[in-house]
Design a protein around this ligand. Structure first.
Ligand SMILES: Cc1cc2nc3c(=O)[nH]c(=O)nc-3n(C[C@H](O)[C@H](O)[C@H](O)COP(=O)(O)OP(=O)(O)OC[C@H]3O[C@@H](n4cnc5c(N)ncnc54)[C@H](O)[C@@H]3O)c2cc1C
Length: 509
């Protein structure tokens, strides 16, 4: 790997190597820019990843965050990655494309926010990402006649079979899920052989075979091959500027020592919590007052069914089935909608969700855990409307790097509650139609979005539609914080597409 000195003025510093930072870094390096990426977490070897939740390495952001509001969202393994690869180390690789109606929700319904990006332009980048990382899925795709997938779908596991059965009996369309999982061996440029067909249910602990795409085995090795440097275990804590206010470099902590790196432009790609935290800490890019505001999550309630036969949902790709029939349900009393996916989870994940999301404890919890092997789940990913009351603020408490800890407040509005009610009813019907003896609801939210949203009007957002700060022309943001609305699709694939687009806009400028 090429390396730079702190005194070298590189063209671009990128903070974070996940779904936003990874593709952007690769694109800039491929065009010959001198780029350095900083990553707070370590660089894992694929053999570090184990299937055991207890012995798996720490690929999550575990530094404490304070979570409040009516429905505090869970961080750590539920919500944030750490390490070279960021959130794509532990993501579920479930890769639906955003529905075009979700990008114009405000125009359609009068609530929520429109995206200042045309869906057709986004699709060109989505297709590119799907090819770059290897996405499998069904062709034809029932909700998008134009769409084709590179690889045939991965094998269904037992929860997927049961969801398919329940949907069929109810007249709900369901199909194999789009997934950044290869169903045939693939030679990944600058990484090597990625093996298909291991059918592992443990991908949230990291995948040693490379069946699941992460930026660590796709975009980042490509970036390094093109001359990028990646500095792991390096936490960016400050942003330096000249007299005119333009960014001149960053300060970072590596092995407890503070260092600086000079740069001509800076891209923040630390995710929906760390990017606004750093901006609030440094007091930058906030003339709108919106840094940290409009925090968004997805409603992510699950329903679990208890079946007579053993399901063993810890086997196989966990989210192998999807329905998009509820993105705009006919009988909706709300704006927007939701996706449903099948679920099989590992045991500690199952137990944690029963405690946190179903309020179980003691004997009731132990009895529910005894049902683990007989349980199949389905889960929603629902639209969440922006509200300035859902926000991230700094506290007086300092973390291990000396930065103020973030406090995040999340309270769902009437629209979110209505979507959740609708989804729970439909998901319960699916499991009952498939033969569940009993069902149990687990309430939860997922993903960290929206805290530095993009906007055309500088008073209405933190960055412009290209990702450039409205206030500082050599500061860019490329992560989930720029989402103006949550969309009903999970955010990873969309984020990678936005990253390539932001890189192109930077190069054009
Ligand atoms: C358990 C789980 C499952 C998920 N499953 C799916 C899924 O199936 N499909 C889907 O579409 N999405 C999924 N997601 C969401 C997806 O992972 C995120 O949308 C995506 O990774 C966000 O990209 P990002 O670039 O915003 O941040 P991240 O990918 O989280 O990357 C941010 C990186 O920046 C680093 N960083 C932060 N601050 C600093 C700093 N100051 N200095 C240096 N480094 C820093 C972090 O360590 C991290 O590596 C899942 C998320 C979780 C938690």
């Amino acid at each position: 790997m090429k390396t730079y000195q702190d005194d070298d003025e590189v063209d671009v510093v990128v903070v974070g190597t996940g779904a936003g930072g990874g593709p952007l870094l690769a694109r800039l390096a491929a065009r010959g820019l001198r780029v350095v990426a900083f990553e707070a977490g370590p660089n894992f070897d694929s053999t570090d990843f184990t299937q055991d939740e207890l012995t798996a390495p720490r690929i999550n952001w575990l530094s404490e965050r304070i979570s409040g509001g009516d429905t505090p969202t869970a961080f750590g393994p539920n919500n944030s990655g750490m390490g070279v690869g960021g959130g794509t180390l532990h993501w579920g690789a479930f890769t639906p494309r955003p529905d075009p109606r979700d990008l114009t929700l405000r125009t359609e319904t009068g609530v929520g926010a429109d995206w200042p990006i045309a869906h057709a332009e986004l699709v060109r980048y989505l297709v590119e990402v799907e090819r770059d990382i290897g996405v499998s899925g069904p062709t034809p795709y029932p909700w998008d006649a134009e769409r084709t997938y590179l690889y045939e779908p991965v094998a269904r596991n037992a929860p997927a079979d049961l969801m398919a059965l329940g949907c069929e009996r109810l007249g709900v369309r369901a199909t194999d899920a789009p997934a950044a999982m290869i169903s045939r061996d693939r030679e990944q440029p600058h990484h090597g052989l990625r093996r298909a067909g291991f059918n592992l249910g443990s991908i949230h602990q990291g995948d040693r075979f490379g069946t699941k795409a992460s930026t660590a085995i796709t975009y980042l090795p490509a970036a390094v091959a093109d001359g990028a440097e990646i500095r792991p275990n390096s936490m960016v804590t400050g942003i330096e500027r000249d007299g005119s206010g333009r960014v001149t470099g960053v300060t970072y902590l590596a092995d407890g020592v503070e260092r600086r790196q000079r740069c001509a432009a800076l891209v923040l790609a630390g995710g929906g919590v760390e990017t606004p935290r750093l901006l609030l800490h440094t007091g930058l890019a906030n003339s709108s007052g919106l840094v940290g505001r409009n925090f968004l999550a997805h409603g992510a309630a699950q329903v679990w069914g208890r079946f007579d036969e053993q399901i063993r949902g810890y086997r196989g790709y966990p989210s192998a089935l999807i329905t998009e029939d509820f993105v705009r349900p006919q009988d909706a009393d709300f704006a927007g909608g939701y996706l449903v996916q099948s679920l099989g989870v590992m045991p500690i994940n199952f137990a944690t969700n029963l405690v946190r999301g179903a309020g179980l404890w003691g004997k009731e919890l132990m009895a529910a855990l005894d049902d683990y092997r007989f349980s199949a789940g389905v889960g929603m990913n629902g639209e969440f409307l922006p509200s300035e009351d859902n926000l991230l603020e700094l506290t007086d408490e300092l973390d291990e790097w000396g930065l103020p800890r973030a406090e995040i407040s999340l309270s769902p509005g009437e629209n979110e509650k209505a979507i959740e009610r609708h989804a729970i009813t439909r998901m319960t019907e699916m499991l009952e139609a498939a033969g569940a003896r009993s069902t149990r609801v687990v309430l939860r939210s997922a993903h960290t979005l929206g805290t530095c949203r993009m906007s055309i009007d500088p008073s209405d957002g933190v960055v412009d539609p290209d990702g450039r700060s409205h206030d500082i022309d050599n500061l860019w943001i490329c992560d989930n914080s720029t989402f103006p609305s949550s969309l009903s699709a999970n955010p990873g694939l969309t984020q990678m597409a936005l990253a390539l687009r932001t890189a192109d806009r930077m190069l054009a400028g």
